[in-house]
Design a binder for this molecule. Structure first.
Ligand code: FAD
Length: 621
C-alpha cells in the first residue's frame, strides 16, 4: 500500500504478520546445564551459556519488533482504507503529502447545504435577526469576489453577519453538522483571493459539480473597542474593529497612543491577524507576526472558544499559541476578540529625496536604517510611479520624476533636525538630491500626500484599465536586482507597471495595468516570474499580503516539503474536516467539488441564480 510500506519497513521486508513470524523464527533459548561431575561450572561454560542466551534474546526481541511493525502496518492500512482521511499525526513529509494527495476533503451534498442554510435561518429567525442571513446575489458577490484579485473565484452559498463570539460558535457547530465550509470575512480588503472559494477543477463538469462555497461569516459588525488601558498601553477590541477607527477613537479620547500596523484602508483587526499584515510602519514597528496581538479569542473548529494567552506584555509560559493563528487566514480558527498593544504617539516629520536609480536609493535607505536613525517609514517609489503621481494630480503638488525615498522620522524637534542632517549627508554619498523636509505637521501631510496617492495615481493612468497588485519581499541587499530585473521583464513583455514599496524591509509592490484578457495573461506570467525571482533571491512570495488563492502554488518551493507537511499536519489536527476557509495556505489540501447528486446547474451556483456564476467567470476573464 503505497508509501506506508516505507514507514512500516522494519529490519527486513515484511509482507504480512504471518510471513514475518515465519521468516524471523528465533532459536530456542537453551537451558543452562553443567557437567554433573563438577560442582561448579567452568568460566568457559558460563560464557558459552551467556552467549547462547544473548543470541536467543536478541532474536526474540527482533521478532517482537518486526511483529509490531507488521501489526502496525496492517492497522494503519485498515484504518486508512476505511477512513479515507489523511493522518493527523506527523509522518515523514513524503508519506504525509502522498496520503494527503490521495485523501482530499469533501463536503456535504447540495441537500446538506440547503439543510444547513435552513437551520441558520431558523436560528436567526428565533432571534428576530432574519436580515443577518443573506443569499442575495450582491451579498454573495461582495463576499466571494475581490475587485483586487484575478485568481478565479467562486461565491459563498450564504452570508451571515455575526454580533458575538457565541454566534460564531453556533455557526461553527452548524457548519460541522452538515459539513459545509465556513470562511471568515471582516474588512474584505485582502488582495490574493483570500475569502473566495476555488473554482472546480477544469476537468469537472461545472453544471454537475457539488458546491463548496459554504458560509461566509462576516464579522464586520463586531466593531466595538471594548476597553483601552492607557497605563498598560493596550486595547481590547472585537475582531471587526478597523485599525483606522481604533486610532481615531484613541485620538478623540486624547490618549497619546496608536496601533501601528497600517495595511489597506478598511482592514480590520481580525483580518489583519488573518493575513499577518504590516504596512509602511513595519520598518520601525514590525508586523502583525510580532507581538502587537497580545492575545486572541478564537473559536476553533470544535466550537470551543479559547483565549490564546494573558495580557501580560511578555510571557514565556510555553510556546505562543497566538502565533499559529497569525497569517493562518482563518484556516485554523475564527478570531472574535483580541488584546492589542499600543505604541506611544510620537511627533513625526516627513522628508523626500530622489536618486539616480533604484540601486542608489536602496543603498541609501539601508545605510540610514542601519545607522540607527529614528526612522518610522522609508518608502521607495520608482520614477514611473512618481510620474503617475504628477500626472494624476491627486497629491496636489509635483515631485521630481525620479526614483525617490519618502521618510517619516520620529522624536523631538532637536532629534529630528539632527536626523535630517545625518540622512542628507549619507544620502548624498549615494547621489541623493532635492532633500525636502517638513517644518510643520501640515507640511508633513502635504509632502506625504505623494506616497498616499501612489496606488490611486497608478490606477488613474488608464481610465478604463484595471490593475493587478502583488507583493514580494527579499533580503534588502537583493532589492535593486529584483526591481531592475522585474521592471525590465515587464517592459520586454510590453506591459505598463509601477514598482514601489516598504524598502526598509525589502518589500516591494508591483502594480501592473491591463485592459483586456490578452494583456491580463501577459501580466499573470510576468507576476509569476517576479515571484519566482524573489524566491530565487532568498525572499518570499509575499511580504505582507499573504497566500490566499494567488500565492499557494509557491509554498512548496519557498518553504520546502517538510515545513509544508508540518503545517498541513497541524491543519488536519485542528480542522480534520477542512471546514475553515478551504483551499488556502496548504498547497496539498485541495477540497473537492465532487460529482453532483442530481441537482441541476442552478444548485451548482451555490443557491443563487446560475447567471451570477457566469458573470463571475466573465469578470475573472
Ligand atoms: C489599497 C490597499 C492597500 C493595502 N496595503 C497593504 C499594506 O500596506 N500592507 C498589508 O499588509 N496589506 C495591505 N493591503 C491588504 C489588506 O489590507 C490586508 O491583507 C488586511 O490585513 C486584510 O484585512 P481585512 O480585515 O480586510 O481582511 P479580509 O480581507 O476580510 O480577510 C483576510 C483573511 O483573513 C481571514 N479573516 C478575516 N477575518 C478573520 C477573523 N476574524 N478571524 C480569522 N480569520 C479572519 C479571511 O478569511 C481571509 O483569509 C492593502 C489592501 C488594499 C486594498
Amino acid at each position: 500500500m503505497f508509501a506506508l510500506r516505507t514507514l512500516c519497513r522494519g529490519p527486513r521486508p515484511l509482507s504480512s504478520p504471518s510471513s514475518a513470524s515465519r521468516t524471523l523464527r528465533a532459536p530456542r533459548a537453551t537451558p543452562v546445564r553443567f557437567n554433573s561431575s563438577s560442582s561448579k561450572p567452568t568460566q568457559a561454560q558460563l560464557e558459552a551459556a551467556a552467549k547462547r542466551n544473548r543470541t536467543a534474546n536478541m532474536w526474540l526481541s527482533g521478532a517482537v519488533v518486526a511483529g509490531s511493525f507488521a501489526l502496525g502496518f496492517v492497522v494503519c492500512q485498515t484504518l486508512y482504507n476505511s477512513k479515507k482521511e489523511p493522518p493527523t499525526f506527523l509522518l515523514p513529509s513524503n508519506i504525509g503529502i502522498e496520503l494527503q494527495e490521495k485523501m482530499q476533503p469533501s463536503y456535504g451534498s447540495v441537500a446538506d447545504y440547503h439543510k444547513c442554510i435552513d437551520e441558520i435561518r431558523e436560528l436567526y429567525k428565533s432571534k428576530g435577526k432574519e436580515d443577518s442571513v443573506s443569499t442575495d446575489a450582491d451579498d454573495l458577490r461582495s463576499h466571494g469576489i475581490s475587485d483586487w484579485s484575478y485568481h478565479g473565484a467562486e461565491l459563498p452559498t450564504v452570508v451571515v453577519w455575526v454580533d458575538s463570539t457565541e454566534e460564531v460558535q453556533d455557526l461553527v457547530n452548524i457548519s460541522r453538522k452538515y459539513r459545509v465550509p465556513i470562511t471568515p470575512f471582516s474588512g474584505g480588503t485582502s488582495l490574493e483571493g483570500h475569502f473566495s472559494s476555488r473554482p472546480p477543477d477544469p476537468d469537472m463538469n461545472r453544471a454537475n459539480a457539488q458546491p463548496y462555497g459554504g458560509i461566509s461569516l462576516d464579522l464586520s459588525h463586531m466593531d466595538k473597542v471594548i476597553s483601552v488601558s492607557e497605563k498598560d498601553g493596550e486595547a481590547v477590541c472585537q475582531a471587526g474593529v478597523r485599525w483606522e477607527d481604533l486610532n481615531e477613537q484613541l485620538a478623540a479620547k486624547g490618549i497619546p497612543l496608536f496601533f501601528p500596523l497600517d495595511p489597506g484602508p478598511g482592514a480590520t483587526l481580525g483580518g489583519m491577524a488573518g493575513t499577518g499584515c504590516s504596512g509602511t510602519n513595519a520598518v520601525r514597528y514590525g508586523t502583525a507576526k510580532g507581538e502587537w496581538f497580545l492575545n486572541l479569542t478564537v473559536v476553533l473548529p470544535t466550537g470551543e472558544v479559547i483565549k490564546t494567552r494573558s495580557k501580560a506584555r511578555k510571557s514565556s509560559a510555553g510556546w505562543d499559541a497566538t502565533k499559529i493563528f497569525l497569517g493562518a487566514e482563518g484556516t485554523l480558527g475564527i478570531v472574535t476578540e483580541c488584546t492589542v498593544k499600543l505604541a506611544p504617539l510620537l511627533p513625526t516629520k516627513v522628508a523626500v529625496m530622489n536618486f539616480p536609480g533604484v540601486e542608489e536609493a536602496v543603498a541609501a535607505a539601508t545605510e540610514i536604517v542601519n545607522h540607527g536613525y529614528p526612522v518610522q517609514c522609508v518608502e521607495y517609489l520608482d520614477s514611473r510611479t512618481m510620474r503617475a503621481i504628477n500626472e494624476g494630480g491627486i497629491a496636489g503638488r509635483k515631485y521630481p520624476e525620479k526614483d525617490s525615498l519618502f521618510f517619516k522620522f520620529q522624536g523631538t524637534d532637536g532629534i529630528m533636525n539632527e536626523t535630517a542632517k545625518g540622512v542628507v549627508s549619507l544620502a548624498k554619498q549615494h547621489g541623493g538630491k532635492d532633500f525636502e523636509f517638513s517644518a510643520t505637521d501640515a507640511d508633513g501631510e502635504k509632502l506625504w500626500a505623494g506616497r498616499k496617492a501612489a496606488l490611486w495615481s497608478v490606477l488613474a493612468m488608464r481610465p478604463n484599465g484595471r490593475v493587478w497588485t502583488t507583493d514580494v519581499c527579499v533580503p534588502i541587499s537583493k532589492l535593486p536586482k529584483l526591481v531592475e530585473e522585474t521592471a525590465e521583464d515587464f517592459e520586454n513583455r510590453g506591459l505598463e507597471a509601477c514598482h514601489f514599496g516598504h524598502v526598509g524591509d525589502g518589500n516591494v509592490h508591483t502594480l501592473a495595468l491591463f485592459s483586456d484578457d490578452e494583456e491580463l495573461e501577459r501580466v499573470r506570467v510576468a507576476v509569476h516570474e517576479m515571484v519566482e525571482r524573489a524566491i530565487r533571491l532568498g525572499g518570499t512570495c509575499s511580504g505582507e499580503h499573504g497566500v490566499g488563492l494567488g500565492k499557494i502554488e509557491y509554498l512548496n518551493t519557498e518553504l520546502g516539503q517538510g515545513t509544508v507537511n508540518l503545517m498541513e499536519t497541524v491543519k488536519r489536527t485542528i480542522d480534520p474536516l477542512d471546514l475553515f476557509n478551504p483551499g488556502k495556505v496548504y498547497p496539498n489540501i485541495h477540497p473537492k467539488h465532487s460529482a453532483g447528486d442530481g441537482h441541476g446547474p442552478k444548485e451548482h451556483s451555490h443557491g443563487v441564480d446560475a447567471s451570477v456564476g457566469k458573470k463571475n467567470a466573465e469578470k475573472e476573464a
